[in-house]
Design a protein around this ligand. Structure first.
Ligand code: NAP
Length: 332
């Protein structure tokens, strides 16, 4: 197969606002090295983590092509062994870097074939986010039927999937979301209570959570909002409860004196997906779980919008402006 030498890609030379996202039509197509696959991306995922790399909250060498995941067809294999038996033409989903591009060279160990019956779009609306959710509810804190769980940003890419997964386990879910439309969306997923934490009434969401749980507090909080919610999350969790801080949508949680968590004997975790899927076995375990749930219809993905690659600045502006529900995708 003859491949072009240049492609469309979004490059950042320096950190900053959405304006540093530079759409280019002459970026070199990468050459897959040993252990890599070259993918022609059909669709790429946009994740909040991309904004952390763009702003510099998470450091990375520049210039950088953002994007942690994609779905498309293998167009070339790097030299050497092929332990996962990939073939040119296979439809795959991958987790790596440089997804905001027409072609990406990715480690074969972090690519999987997409089963028939699941679209590239549905995979991208649930891949990085869904694998995160599954690992957080299974390993970070093993959610049990009957647990009371507080999920912040429950209408977002990760929150939309987490609410469904928690309900399928049989947990009682209290979601927070900004605005009536988001609240209605989360209620529609079966959440037991949804609090609009941006409304006048919902500003005292901590009190509401206590009221709902009979003063006890929740067994576990999944908090990806960070700066604006971390103190409330500490108040809303029960004695001997767990807080899972897994994101910084409003900014990072500040350094936490351990004396803050001792009075209630609270357990605190700060996990990252990539720590749970380091080995091929771990990666396949969660991927199989995700694909099974998508295929059976137990888990439904929600696409906010598919943005053409050249509209990437708008996509970041919408995501950071809290204008999205479910997942935003990029069409390279
Ligand atoms: N640790 C990991 O491995 C891992 C993996 C995946 C995702 N995450 C984290 O999970 C979170 C969700 O990621 P996502 O990609 O699915 O994004 P998302 O939830 O679709 O978007 C973030 C949401 O956070 C809420 N939010 C609250 N305060 C905000 C603020 N000041 N600015 C912007 N948004 C704010 C908004 O919902 P409301 O309007 O409803 O408040 C917004 O829609 C992020 O924090 C991300 O870093 C972590």
């Amino acid at each position: 197969m003859s491949l072009p030498s240049t492609m469309n890609a979004v490059v950042i030379e320096k950190t900053g606002g959405p304006e540093v996202l530079d759409f280019r039509t002459d970026h070199p197509v990468p050459t897959p090295q040993a252990g890599e696959l070259l993918i022609k991306n059909n669709i790429s995922g946009i994740n909040f983590i991309d904004t952390y790399f763009r702003t510099g909250l998470y450091p990375a060498p520049k210039p950088e092509v953002l994007g942690r995941e994609g779905a498309g067809a293998i167009v070339a294999l790097g030299p050497g062994p092929n332990p996962y038996n990939f073939q040119v033409g296979d439809r795959v989903a991958w987790l790596s870097t440089s997804g905001y591009a027409q072609y990406t060279a990715v480690p074969a160990a972090k690519a999987v074939k997409i089963p028939d019956g699941i679209s590239d779009e549905d995979v991208m609306a649930s891949f990085l986010s869904g694998l995160t959710v599954l690992s957080l509810v299974k390993e970070t804190y093993a959610v049990q039927k009957g647990d009371w769980v507080l999920v912040h940003a429950a209408a977002g890419g990760a929150g939309f999937l987490m609410t469904q997964v928690l309900k399928s386990i049989g947990a009682h879910v209290i979601g927070t979301a900004g605005g009536p439309e988001k609240v209605a969306l989360v209620k529609g997923l079966g959440a037991d209570h949804v609090i609009d934490y941006r409304s006048e009434e919902g500003k005292n969401w901590v009190e509401k959570v206590k009221e709902i749980t009979g003063g006890r507090g929740v067994d576990v909080v999944y908090d990806s909002v960070g700066k604006d919610t971390w103190e409330g999350s500490l108040e809303a969790v029960k004695r001997k409860g767990t807080i899972v801080w897994f994101g910084n949508a409003s900014g990072p949680v500040p350094p936490l004196p351990l004396t803050k968590i001792s009075p209630k004997c609270v357990k605190v975790a700060r996990p990252t997906l990539f720590g749970y899927i380091e080995t091929r076995e771990e990666f396949e375990f969660y991927v199989n779980e995700l694909f099974n749930q998508l295929k059976s219809g137990q888990l439904k993905a929600r696409i906010h919008k598919v943005y053409p690659l050249e509209q990437v600045r708008q996509a970041h502006t919408d995501l950071e402006g809290r204008k999205t529900t479910g997942k935003s995708l990029l069409k390279p």
